[in-house]
Design a protein around this ligand. Sequence first.
Ligand SMILES: Nc1ncnc2c1ncn2[C@@H]1O[C@H](COP(=O)(O)OP(=O)(O)O)[C@@H](O)[C@H]1O
Ligand SMILES: [Mg+2]
Length: 350
Amino acid sequence: MNIVVLAGGLSTERDVSFVTGNEVAQALRKNGHQVILLDLFMGYHDKEEDLEGIFSRSLEASAKVTGITGSAPDLEAVKRSRKDQSPCLFGPNVIALCRMADIVFLALHGENGEDGRVQAAFDLYGIKYTGTGYLGSALAMDKGLAKRLFAANHIPVPAGISLKKEDGRKEWKETGLSLPSVVKPCRGGSSVGVSIVHTEEEYQKALEDAFSLEDEVVVETYIKGREFSVGVMEFRALPVIEIAPKEGFYDYKNKYAKGSSIETCPAELPEDITKNMQHYAQEAAKSLGLDTYSRMDFILDEENHIYCLEANTLPGMTPTSLLPQEALEAGMDFSQLCEKIIQISLEKYA
Ligand SMILES: Nc1ncnc2c1ncn2[C@@H]1O[C@H](COP(=O)(O)OP(=O)(O)O)[C@@H](O)[C@H]1O
Ligand SMILES: [Mg+2]
């Protein structure tokens, strides 16, 4: 097949997305496909051009990938570097190339990519893509909204509230929550802007940080416990993985710096807890309509209560990412997983 692997874009997870994209592209090439790795925002070259036969030059036409640094990328610098200085999210030739592909493998992470707008645009263009459609993506992206849907479907979530910038600063007392708590941007990812706060002063500072990224913020009770993630494919849960950062919580650095977290799959848990967590993961996927693949994050507190933190509709996809490790435990290696995602995504168009 001719496949575009779409990565990059203008989210805080731009760099992470390229690593996913590069790995997926390599795996799909090994499977015999002609694959172009394409930067959503920077596009391919900077002017319209004749793209005929481009898939036969797919390696040459692919974006070159560098790697992840210790912090989130400077998006203003990325914007300044685009020649046409257009506000259009789709860079030069992106739509044209995607229309030529048999399917677009979405390797995007974070806002613009995970929030459903690219999916909606592709639906209108008749472009086939992997993963969840626009509505499930949009629901999962909004942590406040997703939590309300989880709660309505009997999936336990940490107590919390959503705050809007326009409503002004809320004093700590008015939140009705207890310390410590967690402050996070409603639509962020990769723990960017997430703070654990122990005092009212820390809460105010964390609000300021989170509101500098977004206009809506979630504040929720801090759950002390062990952290897990559960991938779901076609509404069936994969084995549970445990993530134990060596220091602090699962922040940006601990997510991407090699060796900073210990990951155990299958997680060492009593069978009933494993079953319950997998059940909640499947229910979470159902409640948001995440029909192809997704990955839910959980915390298990010291009394063995399970809490669902969030759903990821385009989770990290390198061979050492969480969902691929779970798939491997279930007997599917990375290239088989990439192939499977394409197959179940194409089935939706049949
Ligand atoms: N309520 C909570 N209690 C304890 N830790 C939390 C809580 N919410 C988030 N965290 C920590 O912050 C990390 C990121 O939060 P999460 O909601 O998964 O957002 P994202 O991964 O999209 O940035 C989690 O993996 C966890 O380590
Ligand atoms: Mg998470």
